[in-house]
Design a protein around this ligand. Structure first.
Ligand code: N01
Length: 860
């Protein structure tokens, strides 16, 4: 409808912003599902990023066979790519072909800039306004605006003064630019700069590149589409595309399984050379499992890249300047280059290292650095984008109660799955922050999001529902999960656009999701299968919500659980005792060893019935040290003095204490109270003999994990009752404190998180007759009084059957006036708290433990 003032007012089911790769497929999909939709596009044609980025040398960096739509096999047959990495004009032609083939243009309004989008709660619809005052209303509003579409402001002083020509790679003139005979400056050496510099150098009389941060780049080795690649796809296209959807990055490559340093040096070199020669982004990073998590491995491959640069550049200073050194490899997108480095061997090229000689100002005629004044006819800005969030918040988007998205995202984007935002019903982002997006083959991620959204709209329509909105809890849970994953990697170290660090003032938050396309797809499917977990769905007949967090296990804990599951081992409790002990021993053999300590020595001490083995861990620092008597876990049935070796080393080093891990008699051979008697006797003996062991007299704490935590606190109760020895503190890590199996944590975490309900029952049955379990020496929570116990640090894990009894014990001690610090570690399991150097997401909790032990050692 046209209004009196000439503006348009139109209603449809779905309003889409953007007619790039995402908007086009979304339009097609919506239309096929029977929705009316309109796409509003700023450009005067389709193509999105491929419409704007027309600079010389612009190409995709994922092979074109992969960087294509896969939703229609006929489309794939009709379009042939001429090159392995197609040029921008060819990709634009492809997207134009798609628009025409599916007759999409009739639902696209070009040259239309969206300014505002308001959620009208009463009408349950979005009101969208354009720069020219046209208005559109729709039940759903989707931003398909791309991750790299809003150019970053050129933050170089004096930029407005230059009287020559200025160009931006991300808004390149359609008619192209002829640099023949021109003196050209290029600022920026990211993917865009690295692609355009060699081609500008072919025309320019002089090219000067201003480099602030040198980048890692591998040769593209472009050429015709690789025959073997084509054959693979054609042999079984469905399987090929499915493999891409189930891969880490949206390209069918296996995940690297071996850590870098477990591979022989010659084989490492061979893999790196092969990956480098292949000319693709993902092969090298997939060659090993730990290149983005292990700084040493990353550094070794960085050096490989630097040596490649050194080998190409004739001038040693230029070579060193071109060597990336400021950030770990892969933590900014690896560039693919063609003749980039060689350009700097040409006589008319020059590299200005802005770290040494920064730009003072752009002038009327050129650029002044701190060292010289340079004159140019043209300046090319290849300075990047306000990535992932810039184009979304560039529109004034207001959800419930008029709250603006920009304000909600002021401290960094919050989104559920990168798809929807709490407070913004019926609003979707395609490849939004918190989804794999830019860390994946965008074609695959776009299709997955579009399919998910369309499926969801169909579900709402079928159920007679009108709105869908992420809950606060689900969104918070997802944001935490996204950050947890990023924190396991080296990515947060880099000042990259992934971190928002390239735009002054932008909050420093990791923007995409690094768990992988495969993992992410599973998450989105799980959400749907669990009745749209974490979404509130409403209609005229009311609303319903299965609220919850879709991934609450910490990512590295999940990796450990997956690894254990892959071993397909029989449950310990189903094995004969000796076999169970062997299995546990075998499982601990491959653990990360934990930090180096000053000295480890094994010895025995007299127990009440027999000698008891102990292992002593001494710090490197000069003694005497405070002493911590440690009791290992293993359900009173398994383990020995060195079975918690990595954790004991950790406590020794981090708390700077002498850790003495004492073995005790195990059940069922020596049932309750044998372990208690041994533990108490050991603490007494160590208290008396502390000095001869190199410890400080009178400064003794106890610690233990699981059943060892039980023994540690039972010893505290006994020493309290029996008048000694003096214990300065107790560290109880996921302790057994009671024999009650009816707690919520026992039912919620009965299976699937390492320690199971059945295993715990088996431990108890081996250890202690049911008639004796009320004895506080077995169930310390049942003690008449906990008053007067030493200060305690209690750590419980959220996903542990023992969680509630640990929590109850901490609360009971606190109620009895004991000084207690209690941490319930979210997303952790029984075994992960002590998994030093394996489960890094528990590092913070472990630090709190070691701090507590350090503090205990000062109480004497
Ligand atoms: O942008 P960038 P891009 N003074 O942000 C420098 C995709 N893409 O357009 O690193 C001086 O990576 C900045 O320096 P520094 C791809 O995902 C893909 O190149 O901030 N220099 C950096 O060198 C890519 O990652 C292809 O110190 C300044 C450069 O400008 C993403 O788009 C092709 C500066 C910006 O690099 C972005 O790439 C092109 C200043 N004030 C792009 N400000 C394909 O191959 C910024 N810089 C598919």
């Amino acid at each position: 409808m046209t209004n009196n003032n000439g503006t348009i007012n139109q209603h449809c089911d779905v309003i889409v912003v953007g007619a790039g790769m995402a908007g086009l497929y979304l339009l097609h999909k919506l239309r096929s599902a029977g929705y009316s939709a309109i796409a509003l596009e700023t450009g005067d044609d389709v193509g999105g990023t491929w419409y704007w980025n027309r600079y010389p040398g612009a190409r995709c960096d994922i092979e074109s066979l992969d960087y294509s739509y896969s939703f229609d096999p006929d489309l794939e047959k009709e379009w042939q790519w001429s090159e392995r990495y197609a040029t921008q004009p060819e990709i634009l032609r492809y997207l134009q072909f798609v628009a025409d083939r599916y007759d999409l243009r009739r639902d696209i309004r070009f040259s239309t800039l969206v300014k505002q989008a308001n959620w009208d709660e009463g009408a349950a619809q979005w009101n969208v306004t354009t720069a020219t005052g046209d208005t559109f209303t729709g039940q759903y509003y989707v931003m398909a605006t791309g991750c790299l579409s809003l150019p970053k402001e050129p933050d170089v002083p004096g930029v407005e003064r230059f009287s020559g020509a200025t160009y931006f790679t991300n808004a390149w003139p359609h008619e192209g630019v002829d640099f023949t005979g021109k003196r050209v400056a290029v600022i920026g050496t990211g993917s865009s700069g690295i692609q355009c510099i060699p081609l500008i150098a072919e025309q320019a009389s002089q090219i000067t590149v201003f480099q602030r941060t040198a980048n890692y780049a591998a040769p593209a080795n472009n050429g015709p589409v690789r025959a073997e690649h084509q054959q693979k796809l054609q042999a079984d296209r469905d399987a090929y595309r499915e493999a891409a959807r189930g891969s880490r990055a949206g390209v069918p490559l296996p995940r690297g399984e071996e850590p870098f340093f477990t591979v022989e040096p010659e084989e490492r070199e061979r893999r790196l050379e092969a990956g480098f020669a292949l000319g693709d982004l993902l092969t090298i990073s997939s060659s090993f499992s730990d290149l983005v998590t292990n700084p040493e491995a990353n550094n070794a491959v960085q050096e490989f890249f630097r040596n490649k640069v050194r080998a190409k550049i004739s001038d040693p200073q230029t070579a060193e300047d071109l060597c990336a050194k400021d950030f770990p490899l892969f933590t900014k997108r690896l560039c693919l280059e063609t003749n980039y480095f060689e350009t700097f061997n040409l006589p008319h090229s020059k590299l200005v290292n802005l770290r040494r000689t920064p730009i003072k100002s752009i002038t009327e005629t050129g650029i002044d650095s701190t060292e010289e004044s340079m004159e140019f006819d043209a300046i090319v800005f290849a300075t990047g984008f306000d990535a992932m969030t810039g184009a979304i918040v560039a529109v004034d988007i207001r959800g419930c109660d008029g709250v603006e998205l920009k304000d909600v995202w002021a401290e960094g984007p919050k989104s559920y799955l990168g798809l929807n935002v709490h407070g913004f019903p019926n609003f979707f982002t395609i490849t939004g922050p918190g989804s794999p997006s830019v860390l994946s083959n965008m074609a695959v991620s776009i299709e997955q999001h579009v399919n998910w959204i369309t499926t969801t709209l169909n579900h709402l329509r079928k159920e007679g529902l009108q709105t869908i909105e992420a809950t606060y809890a689900a969104q918070e849970g997802w944001v935490t999960h996204v950050n947890d994953y990023a924190d396991l990697t080296l990515y947060p170290v880099a000042n990259s656009w992934y971190m928002g660090a390239n735009v002054p003032g932008k909050p420093r938050v990791f923007l995409p999701y690094i768990g992988g396309v495969d993992t992410y797809r599973q998450v989105c499917n799980d959400v749907v299968e669990q009745d749209y977990l974490g979404f509130e769905l409403s209609g005229s007949s009311g609303s319903h919500c299965n609220d919850g967090v879709v991934r609450f296990v910490k990512p590295d804990v999940q990796m450990v659980l997956d690894l254990i599951a892959s071993l397909e081992q029989a449950p310990l409790e189903s094995l004969p005792l000796e076999k169970a002990r062997q299995q546990m021993e075998a499982n601990t053999a491959n653990r990360a060893p934990g930090p180096e300590v000053g000295e480890i020595s094994d010895g025995t001490l007299p127990g009440p019935f027999c000698d008891l083995d102990y292992r002593l861990y001494r710090p490197t620092t000069e003694g005497p040290h405070s002493v911590v008597v440690y009791f290992h876990g293993g359900g009173w049935v398994l383990g020995h003095a060195s079975s918690d070796d990595p954790f004991c080393r950790y406590l020794c080093v981090e708390s700077n204490v002498l850790v003495i891990s004492v073995n005790y008699r195990h059940a069922p051979e020596a049932p309750f109270p044998a372990a208690v008697d041994d533990a108490y006797a050991a603490v007494n003996w160590i208290a008396i003999n502390a000095e001869s062991l190199g410890g400080k007299s009178g400064s003794l704490a106890v610690a233990g994990w699981s059943a060892g935590g039980n023994l540690a606190t039972v010893v505290c109760q006994m020493s309290q009752k029996q008048g000694g020895p003096k214990i300065s503190g107790q560290l109880l890590v996921a302790p057994v404190t009671d024999c009650d199996f009816s707690t919520t944590s026992f039912s919620d975490n009965a299976e699937g998180y390492g320690l199971t309900r059945n295993l715990m029952q088996w431990f108890w049955n081996n250890y202690c007759a049911v008639s004796e379990r009320n004895d506080p020496r077995a169930s310390p929570l049942r003690a008449e009084s906990l008053a007067g116990l030493p200060p305690a640090m209690v750590i419980t894990a959220e996903l542990d059957p023992l969680r509630d009894e640990g929590n109850a014990y901490a609360a009971a001690m606190q109620a009895a006036g004991v000084s207690v610090k209690h941490i319930q570690a979210p997303g952790q399991i029984h075994t992960s708290l002590t998994a030093v150097d394996t489960v890094n997401s528990a590092n913070g909790v472990r630090k709190a433990m070691s701090d507590a032990v350090r503090i205990f050692s000062n109480y004497h």
